[in-house]
Design a protein around this ligand. Structure first.
Ligand SMILES: [Zn+2]
Length: 312
């Protein structure tokens, strides 16, 4: 990789030079959201006046007469955490490749652990909308594999047999597809039956693609793809181009995060954590500020209330 291709990485020192105050953070959020002029999030009108006393709502709509701030109608609504701390949280989650536990984030931001947890979940939620399934299907050389979260890796192949045709046995199953040198798509699945695995492949991988899997029977007789397998149970890991090393190193990173950092991921939030790892993988070529920009762009018009989160 040449210097020109290297993503621009913002140091912690540069981060605080860029966002030294709450005011600088507010202006940053406003410029992102209202690049083409401030509009009212209630009715869409551009007829907006600034209030003399900015707090807590700096703007008032001349049409519907409602007050609003840059948080109104976004993920940030109903949060009292300063915008500078939101930016710090996104920055920390961007730079920690294996993830960061909410206890550590709470200490670094000077907020409660509950607030830090909720903040992190809302940031993850904004990343959910940025999965590549919203865009193009994967093509070229694509590796597909499933893994189990919450159990021992050595049980994986035994579990495949156990779970073929049955539901899960206390472990979450995650399927992933990675384009070599490119994006990853992951999804929590109910079982490892052929229709489930092939359904995922059909939904996310373009026909005619070279697809590499292990020799698990549910992948056999795949129509519309150039399918090649490696037989892991026979001790075979690479045969020509047929290997799944890319997706397996992604699982390895995910599991280091799971066992080393988070210790315990609740199943109902698991898709957010997995998505966090996918999002970081897929944006690895972006610089720090481009990553923060992308995250904030996704927060507009998205809300996740604490009630919905805990009932999800
Ligand atoms: Zn209005």
């Amino acid at each position: 990789m040449t210097n020109a291709e290297k993503p621009e990485v913002l140091s912690l020192y540069d981060f605080f030079k860029k966002f030294p105050s709450e005011e600088s953070a507010r202006l940053y959020f406003e410029n992102k959201r209202w690049a083409n002029g401030t509009y009212c999030p209630h009715c869409g009108s551009y007829g907006v006046s600034e209030c003399v006393n900015h707090k807590p709502m700096p703007y008032r709509c001349k049409d519907c007469r409602k007050h609003f701030s840059v948080r109104t109608g976004t993920t940030l609504e109903a949060s009292r955490i300063p915008l500078q701390k939101w930016l710090m949280a996104i920055y920390i989650m961007t730079t920690a490749r294996k993830g960061i536990p909410s206890t550590q984030m709470a200490r670094e931001l000077g907020i409660t652990q509950k607030s830090a947890w909720f903040l992190a979940q809302r940031i993850r939620e904004s990343w959910l909308s940025n999965q590549p399934e919203n865009n193009d299907k994967l093509d070229g050389d694509v590796e597909v594999d499933e893994t189990y979260i919450g159990g021992k890796e050595s049980n994986k192949h035994a579990n495949k047999k156990l779970q073929a045709g049955r539901g899960g046995v206390g472990k979450a199953i995650v399927i992933g597809a990675v384009k070599r040198g490119g994006k990853v798509i992951t999804q929590v699945i109910e079982n490892t039956r052929a229709p489930t695995l092939k359904g995922f492949i059909g939904q996310h991988i373009a026909t005619g693609t070279n697809v590499y899997t292990d020799s698990f029977t549910a992948y056999q007789n795949m129509q519309g793809y150039n399918h090649a397998t490696v037989n892991h149970s026979a001790g075979e890991y690479v045969r020509g181009q047929a290997h799944t090393n890319g997706i397996e190193s992604f699982w390895a990173l995910l599991k280091r995060g799971y066992y080393g950092i988070f210790h315990y991921m609740s199943f109902k939030h698991l898709h957010r954590y997995i998505n966090e790892f996918s999002f970081r993988h897929n944006t690895a070529s972006l610089g720090t500020m481009a990553f923060i920009d992308a995250t904030i762009g996704n927060m507009n018009n998205r809300r996740l209330t604490y009630k919905r989160l805990i009932n999800a």
